[in-house]
Design a protein around this ligand. Structure first.
Ligand SMILES: *[C@@H]1O[C@H](CO)[C@@H](O)[C@H](O)[C@H]1NC(C)=O
Length: 307
């Protein structure tokens, strides 16, 4: 009888531990119990082992996503600058090369002959080149600006409470993310836009802003990457904020090196307008000078006559 009871409890315990062997931070992971090991498919016959008590590095996530997209399992959609050098991810998804620890390799080629350099968020920061493209190191993104558009709310959003509320929501949802890094929160009530500046000091390598930003991007644009599919809805003054869209700007420790070729139409238009204005200004100065010179020329003979 005692044996049976003992067996019963052992079975229960095994059952419970088997159940708890899931990957909280990655819903596509497959786990095997005793000992609990989770992996995610990143290519045909390639299983990436995961550490599920933390958020998964973005590079692994993108690889998994690219592989799923290839199998038609899931796709991802694309959604004011915090600094002159801020960049957004216009390229969308590619199949990245990751280091052992899940950081991006500085040079990425997307399995093609065309290569480029990325920052620690895996976002392209140079023009695309050929296979001989040089990327001497991975440049760290030390500042991300999250531009969050929220849906209509019943009562106005209290701007003063927004900063603490956003820092709390991010801390709770994304692996106890360090609240101190949520440095600035500004609000545009008319546009229903919240700007969240998440910034670490240059040279700091402990906190990973890009992982948090990527999980949030997925929370808003697609579905949560977490096992738990609860939505990301920050509470501000007792009111839940539903987020409709997100845009992420990345500021790197070193400015990106796009050339004219890589400039977007908007930037080129601005440059053209500025150049035209300068030329117009120079012309005005030139003609004004000429008129003045002509007046002197006219005035001089009269002085001569007087003499
Ligand atoms: C990477 O390659 C895939 C197809 O293999 C393509 O759909 C995607 O646009 C490429 N991404 C970039 C950034 O070049």
């Amino acid at each position: 009888m005692k044996l049976w009871i003992a067996l019963f409890f052992v079975t229960l315990a095994v059952g419970a531990s088997a159940q708890s062997c899931t990957c909280k931070t990655m819903k596509w992971a497959v786990c095997e119990p005793s000992p609990c090991r989770c992996t995610v498919m990143v290519d045909e016959d390639v299983k990436q082992p995961l550490t599920c008590d933390k958020m998964i590095p973005k590079c692994f996530l993108m690889k998994a996503e690219m592989y799923r997209a290839k199998l038609n399992l899931s796709t991802r959609t694309l959604g004011g600058k915090p600094a002159e050098t801020a960049i957004v991810d216009n390229d969308g998804i590619y199949d990245p090369d990751c280091e052992q620890d899940g950081t991006f390799k500085a040079k990425q080629c997307n399995n093609t002959e065309e290569c480029w350099c990325v920052n620690s968020a895996g976002v392209r920061r140079t023009d695309k080149g050929d296979k001989n493209q040089m990327c001497d190191k991975l440049v760290e993104t030390f500042w991300v600006r999250l531009e969050l558009k929220h849906k209509e709310t019943a009562k106005p959003v209290d701007e003063k409470k927004l900063k603490v509320a956003m820092a709390d929501a991010i801390h709770k949802r994304y692996d106890n993310f360090n609240k101190d890094l949520v440095q600035d929160v500004t609000y545009d009530p008319e546009a229903q836009l919240i700007f969240v500046d998440v910034k670490k000091s240059k040279g700091e390598r402990k906190s990973d802003l890009t992982r948090m930003a990527y999980y949030m991007e997925k929370d808003v644009k697609a579905l949560p990457l977490f096992q738990d599919q609860a939505k990301f809805e920050p509470m501000v003054d007792g009111q839940k904020l539903e987020i409709a869209n997100i845009l992420v700007y990345y500021v790197d420790e070193e400015a990106p090196t796009f050339t004219m070729k890589g400039l977007t139409g908007g930037v080129i238009a601005v440059i053209v307008v500025v150049v035209l204005a300068v030329v117009a200004g120079l012309l005005v100065v030139f003609f004004a000078r000429r008129r003045q010179q002509q007046m002197y020329a006219k005035a001089e003979p009269r002085e001569m006559e007087a003499m």
